[in-house]
Design a protein around this ligand. Sequence first.
Ligand code: CDP
Length: 231
Amino acid sequence: MTASHHHHHHVPVITIDGPTASGKGTVAHKAALRLGFHYLDSGSLYRLTALTALRKGMDLRDEHALAKAAESLHCSFSGDAIFLAHENVTAAIRAEEVGNTASKIAALPAVRQALYGLQLGFRKAPGLVADGRDMGTVIFPHAQLKVFLTASVEARADRRYKQLIEKGFSASMEDLLKDLRERDERDANRKIAPLKPAEGAHVLDTSSMTADEAVEQVLKWYADLKKHHAI
Ligand code: CDP
């Protein structure tokens, strides 16, 4: 990893990390809209790589080939839509199979390295809200504000269930709980960039909070920072 991004350090970054289905996507997206900041859904990059791998029938243990696929992703973001080459894959990358595959290939160091520079490029004026697992620990360790969102596994399974049904996917609560636990286990115990709160992160348990309440808390922390001239 290089240090060539140092000239971007003045652009404010808010990192929002947390486990699967903790609501960080919704919270980060809304916070970005409220602040007029750019938004990075870093998980989508792992999902795009996973979708590419699944479609090409790639061997999920072939780290080198998967890193190549990550490095040469032709993706673009337009509003809420995500494109792979010219195809709108916004819905396709949300399938559980894609998420599970993303979580597996995200444990491969070469894949993470391949996506590193792409993620740094999202740091542009007037600011960035970035969500993922390692935004505050690895990608933007000097972020002005770091947040770690959590929620009980039951609350998260419940949210994921509603999300999937809303998007027209079928879902079983029992399978979802099992998947969430497995994914938590993989994300927290992998050797590289494991899921954990960054140093100095504000931890927010959203089990009994709405997304909007969580957004307000994040914005309040950010406003407090500005008030105290910390940024
Ligand atoms: O919806 P969910 O939170 O499960 O997934 P996501 O944020 O879209 O990310 C998909 C997968 O990519 C996660 O299960 C993580 O294993 C991985 N990921 C990661 O390793 N690092 C990130 N910064 C973001 C996602």
